[in-house]
Design a protein. Sequence first.
Length: 230
Amino acid sequence: MANDRCVNAMTRAELARLLDHSVLKPEATERDIREGADVVRSWRIGFYCVQPCWVKLAAEMLAGTDACIVSVVGFPHGCDRSDVKAQAALLAVDDGAREIDMVMNFGTLKGGDDARVAADVDIVVRAVPRIPVKVILETTALTDGEKQRACRIVVDAGARFVKTSTGFHPSGGATVADVRLLRAAVGETIGVKASGGIRTLADARAMLDAGANRLGTSASAAILGALADR
């Protein structure tokens, strides 16, 4: 599932299909959500990632386009009860979400209770069996060993992607080193989404070169605008 096309040879349209344009700040207003949908439509971006309360509006705004609505769950801390995460995923799908980005309970992971972490991911994956689930690890808050354990849990639970970050943790967002680690840990059949701090075309290229095949960013227009249309 890793990129098999040279990033430097990628067209603007090809890059746009790999972007999850994200409007996730808690202070985002309805106007912000509508403006984000306009960005997705104008640049023909593949995915639009929003908070659960905005999924229905985002789906309505992008009806008739190829854009896929993504909802976060347990965001940004991952500390909701597992059954609450599962119900939130179901409600988001009912509202029009076609992918779910859930936050792993990384405090439980750090505490060594891998069985509980696995159950947390598993219940969400089972709740929406036909919907791709991405699991946000918050990599900059984890050791390399914890990241590798988290990846094994995600793969075993049947999730479709590992995702680096929420973009809201004080320790930071995606790094090239973490993307490389995640890609090595999950192999070629599971997706890797880099998210958090990706603001320029150079950032995007670095993450894709490292093995990411999806990028979460609020700077989609700037990134795409910097790429010459071929």
